[in-house]
Design a protein around this ligand. Structure first.
Ligand SMILES: [Zn+2]
Ligand SMILES: [Zn+2]
Length: 386
């Protein structure tokens, strides 16, 4: 069975919602218009409860099934990116410098589609909690909601989310059990030397040399301190220093990102990084201060819930349309915080042959939405059958 017939009926309306959201992108935790639009649709569908103001502008809607039972959580993100759109589409962003370049307009639409179907049909027991969160790209909206107690407040037993993925055919699903998205940490190193004339280096403590030494040495964490079978990325992405060709500067600044899937690896990287920065600073005769900031944790899929979700996805996409061993991605996802609290699964749904995520020519594929909505709807019906 592909897309549910009833969802196919209102697919043109889903396209209209998606394009409206695309035209009015909002950033981080500040998504009031998006939330108002979502709440308005949910009221039209006749959901039973709408709780607003979670994580500033997030909301949770409850739909009661028939008879008592547990509560299943479905989550969509709502925020856009600070990026100038170049699609030239009729429904392009109306706000300069902002666009839905990660398809969260589509994710919100898919969950709205499922909400409409579930509110109409109610072929399930217990309850479904529809979680619309702001601040996935910036602000950690999922973490804020978790800290506010969203899981306990709505008695959510398991959670699921979808993300679109360019380069995979529309309507196909990819996922894997265990780690699926990385932990994303950031670091910076402030180096303080002693500046001076470029022609008299012996009178200085050159922070440029120290910066180069630190950048090179940090790579040995990946190549020499870490098991090559496991996944780890350490990228230095910025070096800032200097002002002229004949001045050795006083200071230099380095920053970058670390991606891991395992707390032990993450902690090893932090320790080795501190040792290397301190050792290099001594050898170059400069002072260096490391600032390591923990970001989103790794996104870990529960194996049992993932197997269940793969079964549901196969119902929508056919067995050939689902990859259950898609492997890990080095990107990060704040749904990780919800999966730390409750078992569940995170899946990718194909967006077809479009520009990549976070690219200014990217656009969510409207044909994907009915597949995602059907997946969410059937997930609820099969997890909590009558
Ligand atoms: Zn993104
Ligand atoms: Zn995203």
């Amino acid at each position: 069975m592909p897309v549910l017939n009833r969802i196919a009926d209102f697919a043109p309306e889903m396209t209209a919602w998606r394009r409206h959201l695309h035209q009015h992108p909002e950033l981080a935790l500040d998504c009031p218009q998006t939330a108002a639009f979502v709440a308005e649709r949910l009221r039209e569908f006749g959901v039973d409860e709408i709780h607003e103001g979670l994580a500033q502008t997030g909301l949770v809607a409850i739909i009661n099934g028939q008879g008592p039972g547990p509560t299943i959580g479905l989550r969509a993100d709502m925020d856009a990116l600070p990026l100038q759109e170049i699609t030239g589409a009729d429904h392009a962003s109306t706000i300069p410098g902002r666009m839905h370049a990660c398809g969260h307009d589509g994710h919100t639409t898919m969950l709205l589609g499922a909400a409409r179907y579930l509110a109409e049909t109610r072929n399930f027991r217990g309850r479904v909690a529809l979680i619309f969160q702001p601040g996935e790209e910036h602000g950690g909206g999922a973490e804020v909601m978790v800290r506010e107690g969203v899981m306990e407040r709505f008695d959510i037993g398991q959670v699921y989310a979808l993300h679109n993925v360019p380069g995979v055919p529309v309507g196909q699903f990819h996922t894997c059990p265990g780690p699926i998205m990385a932990a994303a940490d950031t670091f910076s190193v402030q180096i303080t030397g002693r500046g001076g004339h470029g022609a008299y280096p012996h009178e200085t403590r050159d922070p440029v040399m120290a910066a180069c030494g630190i950048v090179q040495a940090l790579q040995t964490i990946v190549s020499r301190s870490h098991n090559p079978i496991d996944d780890l990325v350490l990228s230095v992405t910025q070096i800032h220093t200097g002002s002229a060709d004949n001045i050795i500067p006083n200071t230099a600044w380095i920053n970058g990102t670390v991606r891991t899937f395992d707390k032990a690896v993450q902690s090893m990287v932090r320790t080795r990084m501190a040792e290397i920065v301190a050792g290099q600073a001594t050898s170059y005769g400069v002072a260096a201060e490391l600032d390591y900031e923990l970001g989103y944790p790794p996104t870990i899929n529960d194996p049992g819930k993932t197997e269940f979700a793969v079964g549901v996805a196969s119902e929508i996409a056919g067995e050939a349309g689902v990859r259950a061993d898609a492997g890990v991605e080095m990107g990060a996802e704040d749904f990780a915080y919800m999966l730390e609290q409750r078992p569940g699964s995170y899946l990718f749904v194909g967006n077809g042959d479009t520009a990549g995520l976070h690219h200014p020519a990217y656009d969510f594929c409207d044909e994907t939405a009915p597949y995602g909505a059907s997946f969410f709807a059937r997930l609820v019906e099969r997890a909590q059958p009558l």
